[in-house]
Ligand binder design. Sequence first.
Ligand SMILES: Cc1cc2nc3c(=O)[nH]c(=O)nc-3n(C[C@H](O)[C@H](O)[C@H](O)COP(=O)(O)OP(=O)(O)OC[C@H]3O[C@@H](n4cnc5c(N)ncnc54)[C@H](O)[C@@H]3O)c2cc1C
Length: 460
Amino acid sequence: MATTTVLVVGGGPGGSQAASRAASLGAHVTLVEREVVGGAAHLWDCIPSKAMIATAGALSFSRRMGGLGFTAGASPSQVDYEALRQRIVDVTARLRRSVEELLASQGVRVIAGEASFTGPHSAIVTGRVAEGGAPEELSFDAAVVCTGSRPRVPEWAVPDGERVLTTRHAYPPPEPPEHLVVVGSGVTGVEFVHMFSSLGSKVSLIVSRQHVLPHKDAEVAAALEEELLRRGVALYKGARAESIERAGAGVTVHCDDGRAVSASHVLLAVGSVPNSDRLGLERAGVEVDKWGYLPINHHCQTNVAHIYAAGDVSGKLPLSSVASMQGRKVAEHIMGLHTREHRHIDYDKAASAVFTEPEIADVGLAEAEAFASGRKIRVTKVPFAATAKALINDDPRGFVKIISDPFTGVVLGGCVVGNQASELISVIALAVTAGLRVTDLLESCLVHPSLAEAIADAAE
Ligand SMILES: Cc1cc2nc3c(=O)[nH]c(=O)nc-3n(C[C@H](O)[C@H](O)[C@H](O)COP(=O)(O)OP(=O)(O)OC[C@H]3O[C@@H](n4cnc5c(N)ncnc54)[C@H](O)[C@@H]3O)c2cc1C
């Protein structure tokens, strides 16, 4: 039987997983990447933002060390921005190398360049830097479009990388912002507020709705707002930014309700747009929706059955973890594995986290969603203040909430607010995915003292 040839366009989490899994299943795989293997996730998004948050979190922790018996903490002036920049470069380079080595060990051919389709079974790679620059034509049995997304820039803003920043200018920015205005209070916006307020900048946040994190549980958003206000972050609620004025060494952000905020820098965190332009999709017959995303079915197939889309460009949940899972599932579908072991992705069961202080993580059914649909649920909540480990850590902020079916006890969802939330949610995520009952959580004999005990208590 002839070997299946697979073209993967884009080497982020979606593309590298698709390539790796397809190669491990016996396909002949070529991956084309125009920037770096690891993708925007490694270069601009997940990894650099979390590396910066690690520094910001340590600094924030140092200010609370008095509660652990220390007499002095670090001060913002102790952050070495150049060392921080180098640390981020080192972390991302190390991760990139490990992905490159994995793909090489599996026989994936990686081409540095930009791919675009020339037909339903062919593509051309241009701008190659690795192999002398000549365009190369490729043919394939199946292709996977994993080209990701980029920050959305509203028509009223012109990022300059100096004072008017997108998230791609912020690891860290050329100089520490004295006063940063963040426009957008979704996950990305609040993470940057956490980062820079911890690093010592004055921060203002433009919140277009009535609370931050509009898509999260209101109680969770309230816990975060409480902490932001405690830090002195100014919240401009119910205001939409509509223009930015640059004057000398500062910026002024004007809002539609007449308010204006003057600061040293402004950071735009107003969503993303898919990288589906310049791909020649029309030559392959692949349709995009009005926003530029590639609509897919439950196998991640586009309207052209042998061309798949995975990751942000597919318009599903814009998470690295989801992109990786889609990439993996696509490879299995191409290689025919779905008939035996393959399960569809249930996007409603994907865990996600907001890396702020307190950390926030959730999975599965949310309380508001259940009420809106009239579904009966049982909600149990335990504050960390009742957990020994939280008191030992001198950080009793936050809570664990578990949502279950009142008749069967099956865990339907949950959220964790507090220290280590992004780690702790894994337990609830496993319960949701595996259809476990609250009694299964309750009967696990956990480590004592541990923060996870709050999950067992909430399952009571
Ligand atoms: C600030 C920020 C922080 C985030 N933090 C998290 C987090 O903590 N956890 C999480 O799960 N998610 C996070 N995300 C979301 C996450 O980064 C994305 O969901 C993830 O990167 C999507 O992966 P992907 O494979 O679709 O694309 P990407 O990672 O965007 O990779 C796409 C790749 O395709 C390449 N490409 C594009 N067009 C072409 C072409 N024509 N030819 C060749 N190559 C091409 C690009 O160069 C890029 O390398 C964050 C996002 C942002 C903005």
